[in-house]
Design a protein around this ligand. Structure first.
Ligand code: SF4
Length: 284
């Protein structure tokens, strides 16, 4: 692939653009904004995506080395965040179309090109989406995938309490590992404070954790050993989420030497969560 093709990426039928540089660098998927999909998955069923980030790049308060959207610096956006009105209108049009032509959505998922709670009108948009969901497909669930960096904002916290699946990421509680793998943009990021704030959801949250193996810039990034799992289990006990979701590398990652955790490792961790009396969903 020459440099021009690499920089342009390949547009799929659903509007996502896949960039697949062979080397570490411009690798990732950029989703259309504000609505994408529906995507059919075995686990979620029919999922309609809401991307509150700009449609031509990535905006996130983390810069995970495994992010399917790629590194922040590889995809700087030129467009703005979609407005509240634009999100509302696009969602209404899509739900109307799905009502007339199918398929019926099982879930409406806030995901896409970064961290959804960074949208300045996130809380208002949640209210709009709940209202439209109730009007068109009252049985569909609303899920938000978030890295939890903005849960100290009261409006974000309250909005997350209103959705069916408030899915918050914690990959580890080891600060060095967080700096190596999740790479929060803010130097103020404090995992202890995040854990205590998550406990304030009083069970109305789901913890999502990436387990993996491999290396990044010559450093081991495996987090499947007891050194990482035991303190993480303590954090889970403190948060008491309604559920835990653990998963592993599934697609091309911007950092090239990451590897999947094995099914046996994931099952073992899943069993230890279940033994705390908390349901755990494992994706291989
Ligand atoms: S938090 Fe999510 S969107 Fe942000 S960098 Fe990590 S994987 Fe990507």
């Amino acid at each position: 692939m020459n440099k021009d093709e690499e920089n342009k990426g390949t547009q799929r039928q659903d509007g996502t653009i896949v960039y697949s540089s062979e080397t570490e660098g411009k690798r990732g998927i950029i989703f259309p904004s504000p609505i994408f999909g529906p995507i059919h998955s075995r686990r979620l069923g029919v999922s309609l995506g809401i991307n509150l980030l700009p449609g031509d790049g990535k905006v996130c308060s983390f810069d995970c080395i495994y992010c399917e959207c790629g590194y922040n610096k590889s995809f700087p956006p030129h467009q703005k965040f979609p407005t509240r009105t634009a999100v509302r209108q696009a969602l209404q049009a899509k739900l109307q179309e799905m009502k007339e032509q199918g398929p019926k959505p099982d879930v409406i998922t806030f995901a896409g090109n970064g961290e959804p709670t960074m949208h300045p009108r996130f809380a208002d948009i949640i209210d709009d989406v709940i209202q439209l969901r109730n009007e068109y497909f009252p049985k569909a669930k609303i899920s938000v995938l978030s890295n939890a960096t903005r849960i100290f904002r009261q409006d974000v916290f309250d909005a997350l309490l209103k959705v069916d699946n408030n899915i918050l990421k914690i990959d580890t509680i080891n600060p060095d590992y967080i700096r190596l793998v999740d790479r929060p943009i803010s130097t103020q990021y404090n995992i202890e404070k995040i854990i205590h704030r998550m406990a304030e959801f009083q069970g109305k949250c789901i913890v999502q954790t990436m387990f993996m193996r491999g290396t990044h810039k010559g450093k081991d990034v495996s987090n499947v050993s007891d050194e990482f799992v035991l303190p993480w289990l303590e954090a889970i006990q403190l948060i008491r989420p309604s559920e835990v979701m653990i998963y592993t590398i599934d697609r091309t990652t911007p950092s090239p030497l990451l590897e999947k955790a094995t099914p046996a490792e994931l099952d073992n961790i899943g069993d230890r969560v279940q033994s705390l009396g908390i349901p755990c969903q494992v994706s291989y």
